[in-house]
Structure formats: structure tokens, C-alpha cells
Design a protein around this ligand. Sequence first.
Ligand code: ADP
Ligand code: MG
Length: 339
Amino acid sequence: MSDRLANQIAAGEVVQRPASVAKELIENALDAGASSIEVLLKDAGSTLVQVIDDGCGMGPGDAERCFERHATSKLRSVDDLERIRTLGFRGEALASIAAVAQVTLKTKRVEDDAGTLVRVEGGEQVEKRPCAIPNGTSVAVRNLFFNVPARRNFLKTPATELKHLTQTVQSLALANPDTAVRLEHDGHEHYDLPAAPDSDWHAATRARILGLFGGDHEDELVAVEDESSDLRLRGFVGAPSFHRKTRGEQFLFVNGRAVTDRYLSHAVKKAYGELVPDGAFPFFALFLAMNPERVDVNVHPQKEEVKFDDQSGIYGFLRSAVRRALGRVHVSPQMDDGD
Ligand code: ADP
Ligand code: MG
């Protein structure tokens, strides 16, 4: 199988929609040690998803090589798979994205005098030259699925794609409060969040939540902090009044990685008992830490789903931790203590 075909097939798994592109690019920026990340979108990402960072950058050789399949600088051995720390680890994202879009990479390391520009369209490198750029990396992904009309037609409405993009940026911004994040769509600024000045994790995360979801929630955030022999949970849940009609503002992270897990979201909802009505979803941004050997993050290419070796133990731990946190501020006779 040619590399080009392999990349187009892999692209089907890695790149579902503009939000998947944003996620991969932002994760790369974080892996590169960026202290500031800018995300520029046009037409709900269908014509442009661009991520600009001030991270370590790449030299001229790596600027070309990073588009090759399995060109990762992050995974050295199979053993590493057991203890994945960096966000990217499969070395497929850039190759996959470049197979189905028009990509312009500009990058520069501190030690280089000039930056490098590489353009790849539909998997073919079409340009490489020196360029002027500040230290760091800019990756602009234009016209996603331009060469795969069936996939392009499969995109949902701009409103839906933008919602996915926003949630992706929100999630990564929540998990990295010490990185400044700016988001712009069609020239309109959505967020411009400073890096947390505070070294205190709770204060920094709280500030980030308020920056993302509005300062009017100031009095509606309840800190959660709990620990068992092998689990640690921290973060914030919304007071019962801070809920939504959709799951859009529920964020769960496992060892720093965003995951979607209906079962565990249910554990949080359960902790509210009757305080939040059926069909409503309380806000939460919860960070669960556990021994990485007890969680498999590699079950899904999008890396959003995970498998735990003790699913029901984690459910119980989450529910009682959130219940305890809520109980501290909202003592209510309606609090469901059963089941
Ligand atoms: P992975 O992140 O799994 O390693 P990617 O395809 O996302 O694979 O990226 C390939 C490689 O390109 C990375 O391992 C890294 O060395 C380099 N790279 C990608 N994006 C950046 C960036 N923003 N800054 C510096 N290096 C980058
Ligand atoms: Mg990556």
C-alpha cells in the first residue's frame, strides 16, 4: 500500500471534522511546550483551522519529516505505550491531516536564523523554503477534505462544527491553565485568556473556568478534592443552578487527557440527587489521576474513550467525592443519599 493511500485511510480515523484538526494541532503545540496558543478559524473550520504557538519549533529537516507517517519524536519503544505522558504519541496526525487538506507549516527554533515554510496538499509536498517567523510554529489547515468530496459533504452545519471546535478548545484550555489561549472565528474574538499568574492549581483552574464560561458563575463553582488509595480527584462542579440542557459543558480528564464517558458523567449527575432536574446537565470540570497502568487510553484513535480496569470502583469514588463537595456548601434535605 502506498504511503499516500495509507495516510488517506488513517485520515478517516484521525480527522473526522475540523474539531479533530484543532485538537491535534493544539496538542502538538502543548507538547512543544508553548506558553501561548492562538487558534484562528474561518467558516467553522471548513476553510481554515490555524494554530500558532511559541513552542520549541522545528529545524528545516523535521519541518519536512513531520508529515511522514509515524514520524513522531515522542514514542521510543512499545514500553512507552504503557506510560504515555505526552498527548500525541502515534505520529499520524500531521500526515493524516495533510493527506486530506492544504497545509502550510511555518516553524522556527530559537537557535535558527531563519524559519522554514513547508506546504503540503493532499499528501504531496508542493513547496519548501526559508521564511520569516517568530520562534515557534504555525500550522494552517485549509479546505479540509478538498480532495474527498464525500467526507466534505458529511460535515454538519457550521453551527454544529463550531460547537465541536469550541468544546475542543475549551477542554484543552481547561486542562492547561498556565498556557495563554486565544480563539478567533471569522475575525471575531471568542476568548483571549491569559496564562494563569497563580501557581495554585485550584485558583488557576477556577480563573480559567470563569474566563471560558463567564464571570457570572463566580459564586456557582464548588471545589472538589478527594483521594483514595489509588485515585485522586480535583476540579470544580457547578452549583445546582449552574446546569445546561446539553452535555456541552461537562469536562472529565483522566491523567490530563479529555475523555467522554457517559457512565462516569452519570456518576457525577447522580451525586446531585434531586438537586438538578432530569434532562439537565450540571457543569463540571473534573480531573482524575490514577496509575497510568490501570487505564488504557489507546482504545480509540481519537483518544477520547478510555478503558479502566475498575470501572465501578471509579464510579463510586466520583459520585461520593462530588456528593461530599456539594454537601459542604448546599446542605439540603432533598439530598439523595440512597443507592
Ligand atoms: P505526534 O504528535 O503523535 O508525535 P504528529 O503527526 O502530531 O505526531 O506530529 C509529528 C511530529 O511533528 C511531532 O512528534 C513533533 O516532533 C513535530 N511537531 C508537530 N507539531 C509541532 C509543533 N507545533 N511544534 C513543534 N514540533 C511539532
Ligand atoms: Mg500530535
